[in-house]
Design a protein around this ligand. Structure first.
Ligand code: NAD
Ligand code: LMR
Length: 329
């Protein structure tokens, strides 16, 4: 039997937590032969909600679940952790944009970055989910200067999965047959879901959709960009939770075990200057993963109009950073 790994989850009593913890404990994230210890964090006021969560974890009798720690102390949650899933944060309500959460949520990630810097394993991998995810990931990374910035990422996988499903339904193929989807940029409505490199069984999807450019511009792109709001409206004020938890599983699994051959995924990672996105933002790029490391897919051909969309999302990230620059030190 492998030694157990420790997974810290913040905001663990929230909606996403309720869809996520049981899947991690079942082995969906790190494999069905990997014992795990869950280190669950939430604020002091939420501690009483852990009781029912633990009772249900017990009642699942998960063979891989070695131990569950619950705490309101970040040092306990992050200490010795191999992975940190930073979910805890306020969600937006109807008629809000995700960036409206910066003032409330930014300071959470400053604190968490500082704590990771002082107590976490030097090779911990961190995924930021709490919104606005890209800028919160950047705040976390900037406050953890002793950790490798390549070990921080923001979640754009939900947008990537949304894009896959929209196209699969449109062309009537299983999602698994679509490769090389990209969602560029910020997890906001300036993100750019880009079909131009996507393939189905090695054929460019755009070649199958020559009659459908209106659908791409008028339906596909805005549907994916605005899907978070549409879910909030459909769920009468609650934001996505099961699909977000599923995307967390997909993101971590691919980061650790690698992406499929001849495919890539979208991950929010520190920009390096490629695609004219200067270094210094967490931006979603197509990446391949191998041996626990991601690699940005470089040198894809970008049309001038796509370049403009990508820059628009970059500019929004700069504006978000400007609004909370006091949180970087
Ligand atoms: P929720 O309100 O159900 O749960 C949030 C949890 O965070 C609560 O348990 C709360 O007590 C906790 N929390 C609040 N302040 C905290 C703090 N200072 N430290 C630690 N935990 C704290 O919300 P949810 O639906 O689980 O969503 C959580 C976050 O994830 C939201 O910001 C939401 O917008 C975001 N989200 C992101 C994506 C994405 O694709 N990146 C997808 C869905 C949701
Ligand atoms: C989503 O994309 O569903 C989440 O980021 C929640 C939201 O506020 O849209």
């Amino acid at each position: 039997m492998k030694p157990p790994i420790r997974i810290a989850v913040t905001g663990a009593t929230g909606q996403i937590g309720y869809s996520l913890l049981y899947r991690i404990a079942a082995g969906d994230m790190f494999g069905h032969d990997q014992p795990i210890i869950l280190q669950l964090h939430d604020i002091t006021e939420a501690q009483s909600f852990f009781k029912g969560i633990i009772m249900e974890l017990d009642d699942c009798a998960f063979p891989l679940l070695n131990q569950v720690i619950t705490t309101d102390n970040l040092e306990v949650a992050f200490g010795d952790a191999d992975f940190a899933l930073l979910v805890g944060a306020r969600p937006r309500g109807e008629k809000m944009e995700r960036k409206d959460l910066l003032a409330a949520n930014g300071p959470i990630f400053r604190q968490q970055g500082k704590t990771l810097n002082s107590v976490a394993k030097r090779n911990i991998k961190v995924l930021v989910v709490g919104n606005p995810a890209n800028t919160n990931a950047f705040i976390t990374l900037k406050n953890a200067p002793d950790l490798d910035p390549r070990n921080f990422s923001a979640m754009l996988r939900l947008d990537h999965n949304r894009a896959l499903s929209q196209v699969a339904q449109k062309i009537n193929v299983p999602v698994s047959k679509i490769n090389k989807m990209i969602v560029w940029g910020n997890h906001s409505n300036t993100q750019f879901p880009d079909l131009s490199h996507a393939t189905v069984e090695n054929q460019k999807i755009l070649e199958l959709m020559t009659q459908d450019s209106d659908w791409i511009n008028d339906t596909f792109i805005p549907t994916v960009q605005n899907r978070g709001s549409a879910i909030i409206a459909a769920r009468q004020g609650k934001s996505s939770a099961a699909s977000a938890a599923n995307a967390i599983i997909n993101h971590m699994r691919d980061w650790v075990f690698g992406t499929r051959e001849n495919d890539w995924v979208s991950m929010g990672v520190l920009s390096t200057g490629c695609y004219d996105i200067p270094t210094g933002v967490i931006y979603s790029f197509p990446v391949t993963c191998k041996n626990g490391q991601y690699q940005i897919v470089e040198d894809l051909k970008i049309t001038p109009s796509d370049h403009q969309r990508m820059q628009q999302s970059y500019q929004e990230l700069l504006t978000e950073q400007e609004a909370i620059k006091s949180l970087f030190n």
